[in-house]
Write a protein that binds this ligand. Structure first.
Ligand code: FAD
Length: 369
């Protein structure tokens, strides 16, 4: 007889939501986490009373009331609305592309004139069958918005020319003919009051957690402590990289404490020029309307991923998708292991999506047990 019903590998949102659901239903869980802290990539580090989003800025947004209520039952979310700016050659513009942006760019205040301008640029491009990201974007928003806001930013982000990137990266480019700087269209949006750690702590209340424990290193002894394993680490690592590494794009964050109250007046400014090495500057206190004396800013530099470096964005090209499929076939044969979350499913998940996925996996398993 094993000691626990579930061994949960990883204390990110997937592992924590799963653990919460299981313990609420009387199942015993052990969560192990290889980092020195819980929370995965939503973890915040407190610096001088400011919650610093250590692995990149996180804004919670969803259209699903049940998910919103679920999160709010562990921590209250504030009324933060994400309205980043773009800096291009030291000029500031509102995002996402809306009437404010068009006025700043062209001094056009009439929505109809703005839409005619964009439609003309799309028509003049002569592109009917876009074959790469550049052509896809120009077809959607015209050449000027593309050159000012998309080209440099995207090329930095992915480390490749926009003409060499697949068009599938850009599926939609929302353009609004209203003066509305709210980045997301979702009905619900906010930041946990007191930071994301409060959410994770709430989810894991009463659950046994061990940090600084790497499943891969202690696999033999850990495999027999529970009836089931919920694995949220990298799928290729679970199978000893049998088919090679799945590739990622990585990021480097340079955090800086500044002895001034307000550095940029907004949570995020995107730097859209190719020759500025970082993609954005985040000023964390603004997520929580902070009034602290100092401030913390973070410059975000995209970088190549190599094994050993933090993995952020999966590369969903053909090569990696096919490799992932082979790993997923192996995963299906593991009847006592559930693979979930962004690293195990090799998938970009927003927070509300990963929560929904963990809730649904937990529900299925509870029905079976
Ligand atoms: P993770 O948070 O990565 O958790 C996995 C955990 O497993 C980690 O803690 C890891 O250390 C641990 N682990 C891995 N291997 C092992 C092992 N062998 N042994 C023990 N532990 C292990 N979403 C939004 O909704 N809004 C946003 O604004 C947003 N911004 C983002 C910004 C960036 C830069 C990035 C990269 C992502 C952003 N996301 C955002 C997505 C969000 O981060 C994810 O949805 C979420 O973190 C996924 O949770 P997870 O549990 O799948 O993975």
């Amino acid at each position: 007889n094993n000691k626990y019903d579930y061994l949960i590998v990883g204390s990110g949102l997937f592992g924590s939501v799963f653990a919460q659901q299981m313990s609420e239903n009387g199942k015993s869980c052990l969560v192990i986490e290889k980092r020195s802290h819980i929370g995965g990539n939503v973890y915040c580090e407190s610096i001088e009373g400011i919650n610093v989003h250590k692995y990149g800025p996180h804004i919670f947004h969803t259209n699903d009331k049940a998910i919103w209520d679920y999160v709010n039952s562990f921590v209250s979310l504030n009324h933060f609305i994400y309205s980043p700016l773009a800096n291009f050659k030291d000029r500031l513009f509102n995002l996402p592309f809306n009437m404010n942006t068009f006025y700043q760019l062209w001094k056009i205040s009439d929505p109809e004139q703005a839409s005619i301008k964009i439609a003309d640029q799309v028509a003049n491009s002569g592109i009917s069958n876009p074959e790469n990201l550049e052509e896809q974007a120009i077809c959607m928003v015209g050449s000027e918005i593309y050159e000012t806001f998309i080209k440099g930013y995207t090329e930095k982000q992915w480390g490749r020319k926009a003409t060499e990137l697949p068009k599938s990266i850009i599926k939609r480019l929302p353009v609004r003919y209203t003066y509305n700087n709210n980045y997301f269209n979702d009905r619900y949006q906010g930041i946990p009051i007191g930071g994301y750690n409060k959410l994770i702590e709430g989810l894991l209340r009463g659950v046994e957690v061990k940090t600084n424990v790497d499943f891969i290193k202690k696999r033999k002894e850990l495999s027999s402590v529970a009836d089931y394993i919920i694995y949220t680490g990298k799928i290729d690592e679970f199978f000893d990289f049998k088919y090679g590494h799945l590739e990622y794009r990585s990021l480097r964050f340079k955090h800086e404490y500044l002895n001034r109250e307000n550095f940029q007046g907004v949570a995020a400014i995107n730097f859209t020029e190719r020759n500025v090495p970082f993609t954005r500057i985040v000023e964390h206190k603004h997520f929580e309307f902070g009034k602290q004396k100092g401030t913390v800013i973070t410059k975000e530099y995209p970088q190549e991923w190599i094994p050993g470096v933090e993995a952020y964005y999966p590369i969903n090209d053909r090569y990696n998708s096919e490799r992932f499929k082979k790993y997923w076939e192996l995963a299906k044969l593991e009847d006592k292991v559930v693979f979930g979350g962004r690293l195990a499913e090799y998938k970009y998940y927003d927070m509300h999506q990963v929560i929904a996925s963990a809730l649904s996996k937990a529900k299925t398993l509870l029905q079976l047990s």
